[in-house]
Each structure stands twice: as C-alpha cells, then as structure tokens.
Design a protein around this ligand. Structure first.
Ligand code: ZN
Length: 133
C-alpha cells in the first residue's frame, strides 16, 4: 500500500490553487468535475505524492459539509491498493467499518472507497485503484 494523495478541502480553488502552486513550485492540473461527489478537483503532482484540492459545487457536496463543520484543511489521505475489492473485503472481515462497501469513481477515473473514520481514529482514509491496473 502506498500513499497516493492528500485531499484538501478548500472553499475556493481560484484562491487556493495559486497558493499551493507557489508552495510546491508546480502547476496544478486542469479542473476536473466529479459529478458523484459534486466537487471540482485540481491536483498538484509532486515527486512521490499528489495534492488534491477539492471544492464543493453544491451545499450537499461532502466537501461543502466538511468545511461547514470543520473548516478548510486536510480532508482525507488516499492509499493505492492493487485490488480495491479484495482490500475492502479483507478490511470489512477484520472489523473496519466502511463508508463505501463497493468502490465508486473518483477523479482521474480511479476506483475509490472510503473507510469510516469511526474505525480509523477519525482519519478519513480513501483506498484507490487505477481502473487500468
Ligand atoms: Zn482523494
């Protein structure tokens, strides 16, 4: 398992992207809209990890709700797994509560699934697998 990206909840990509581009010295990717999560996403590819900036596009977006409750900041940590279905089944059998029992489609056309923070010391962990793998 390998850390793929950190998801960061921001109120405004327009305001946040220039700040993160300045900090990391790379240009963010083009904007991608993920319908299922109602978020706009722009990523910064660093040497061994991506920074995923997330902006909710509706009050019902999980990102908008997160910001309302906790403010901007780190929303989730995403880990690459070779077989997300296997990982979810193993974790569930091991007593870890899942938010997504079956994977969904996230940014970059990845399969993603969230573990429940209740089971993970309040850290929102995302598992991800590239569809072509
Ligand atoms: Zn993510």
């Amino acid at each position: 398992m390998k850390l793929n990206h950190l998801g960061i909840a921001v109120k405004s990509l327009k305001d946040a992207v220039p700040v993160f581009e300045k900090i990391f010295g790379v240009k963010a990717t083009e904007l991608e809209y993920v319908e299922e999560q109602k978020v706009n996403v722009r990523k910064l590819h660093l040497e061994n990890i991506d920074i995923e900036l997330l902006e909710g596009t509706s009050p019902e977006s999980p990102i908008s709700k997160f910001i309302e409750k906790k403010g901007e900041g780190i929303h989730h940590c995403s880990f690459d797994v070779p077989d997300i279905f296997q990982s979810l089944s193993d974790l569930k059998n091991g007593g870890i509560e899942l938010i997504n029992e079956t994977p969904r489609t996230g940014a970059d056309d990845m399969l993603i699934a969230f573990l429940h923070p209740k089971s993970t010391n309040n850290i929102l962990i995302e598992l991800s697998q590239h569809k072509d793998k």
